[in-house]
Design a protein around this ligand. Sequence first.
Ligand SMILES: NC(=O)c1ccc[n+]([C@@H]2O[C@H](COP(=O)([O-])OP(=O)(O)OC[C@H]3O[C@@H](n4cnc5c(N)ncnc54)[C@H](O)[C@@H]3O)[C@@H](O)[C@H]2O)c1
Ligand SMILES: O=c1ccn([C@@H]2O[C@H](COP(=O)(O)OP(=O)(O)O[C@H]3O[C@H](CO)[C@@H](O)[C@H](O)[C@H]3O)[C@@H](O)[C@H]2O)c(=O)[nH]1
Length: 460
Amino acid sequence: MKIIVAGTGYVGLVHAAVCSEYGHEVYAYDNDVNKINAFSNGQAEEIEKYVNEPGLVNIIKETLGKYLFFSTDLGAIIEGADAIFLCLPTPPNPNDGSTNLVFYDAAVEDIAEIAAKRNDENRIVFVNKSTVPIGTARHLQDIMNAHEVKNFGVSSNPEFLAEGTAVEQARKPDRVVVGCDHESDFKILRRVYSQFVNHVRIKYIETTPETAEAIKYVANTMLLTYISFWNGVGAKIGERFPNVKIDDLRLGVTSDDRISTWGSFVSNGAGGSCFGKDIASLIYQLRSVNVSTKMLEASYEVNEYQKVYLVERAIAEAGFKFNNKTVAVLGLAFKKHTNDMRDASSIKLIESLLGKGVAKVKAYDPLAIESAKHAFSPSKNILFEKIEYYETAKEAIEGSHALFISTDWEEFRGLSRTIEEAARPPYLVMDGRRMIPDFEDIVTKGYTYLAVGAMVMKPE
Ligand SMILES: NC(=O)c1ccc[n+]([C@@H]2O[C@H](COP(=O)([O-])OP(=O)(O)OC[C@H]3O[C@@H](n4cnc5c(N)ncnc54)[C@H](O)[C@@H]3O)[C@@H](O)[C@H]2O)c1
Ligand SMILES: O=c1ccn([C@@H]2O[C@H](COP(=O)(O)OP(=O)(O)O[C@H]3O[C@H](CO)[C@@H](O)[C@H](O)[C@H]3O)[C@@H](O)[C@H]2O)c(=O)[nH]1
């Protein structure tokens, strides 16, 4: 099959690479010349500046120039294409949470104009892989019709990968959901995904485009609601009732085969490029058809509050005064194994710390320092000038009065020794990810430990 992937971000680049592994002729297209140059050159450092996913560089190196090609010129690659996968950004609008389709529409208008001039008469399917509001495939169809594109179909094929394990999941997804209107379009997608059709474990689900669009929103909002349930109920029980051990509570509940362990890890909120914006978008979509959205609003609000509430607890329960203090923030990315800063909990956290008069934030992340510098650009908030970046956790902790663990990087499990070397008590450790297994030890040594899911622990 000849496949074009429009948009070479986390979703598009991984999809293009994995399709090329299966011997499809794949053209990855983007309007960002810098990205296309970086990917065409095949160098790990260049690629990982943009998309850092385990296993991705190896695939690109193996298939580049053989099955995988990069281009900024759609007109030069469109002839003979069977499918164009749209992997374009669909960020939230700032005020009402609705989906901003400006980038999507701009790309689709360009594609439609070029597709209308195709010489070949093969059927071509335009496939939404982006997460888009229910009804967007129909909107895509209208744009193609308005440009008089011939012999085309539209499809919704939502992406379910999680960052950090994107390649693994693209190779072995739980399910592939394909929504089309016509058998001829289902046929094209079955050929694209021939490795998954009739697979013993992977569910290959064919449905309408609208159902496929809805599946993506219901899946993401259910996952976030599950996290919010643990943060809003389980964690709060551990924080308010003496002698309740949150880890045992989690084990006891999730030992029921029907209840997953994923999502039960209480935290300082779920971030990332999807959960927050997708739940906001579904709230907007349901409100616009007069459906009560109380439940989704609660999930969203619990999650947003979770990002800053340890700071409030530090004041109320540990008696910590943030004014003029130096605080180390360990972990900036929205989760481990990624450099992605989109909607990372660290953003709200640092805004809150600086709002409370913190004089200096000493920040460390193993992978996300460069993207954090963009997220915390002083042009967005002048207070971000008070952030300094360090190459090790130890350097960040030195000279600080307190630390906050905001991302679940594995290296933080060994942090108690570093804390003892770099900071003398009195010292406050705020653990948004429950990363320190030997917390009782550091409390005995004079440190105050305040973690999500447990009561504050102060030295005698
Ligand atoms: N990141 C994830 O984990 C994930 C998972 C599932 C679904 N999604 C959804 O997939 C979509 C893409 O997400 P992403 O994280 O890959 O975004 P991204 O921002 O990393 O990538 C989008 C790409 O589209 C390109 N682009 C923008 N306008 C263009 C145009 N006019 N023509 C060509 N290219 C253009 C950008 O340059 C960028 O490379 C979104 O709808 C998102 O909600 C993301
Ligand atoms: O027990 C848990 C599990 C996750 N998280 C946090 O939840 C956020 C999201 O994590 P994850 O789901 O692993 O990352 P994403 O890459 O955002 O993936 C989600 O969003 C994607 C975009 O739509 C979907 O495709 C995926 O299926 C969905 O898991 C992160 O901040 C995690 O740290 C917790 O706090 N506790």
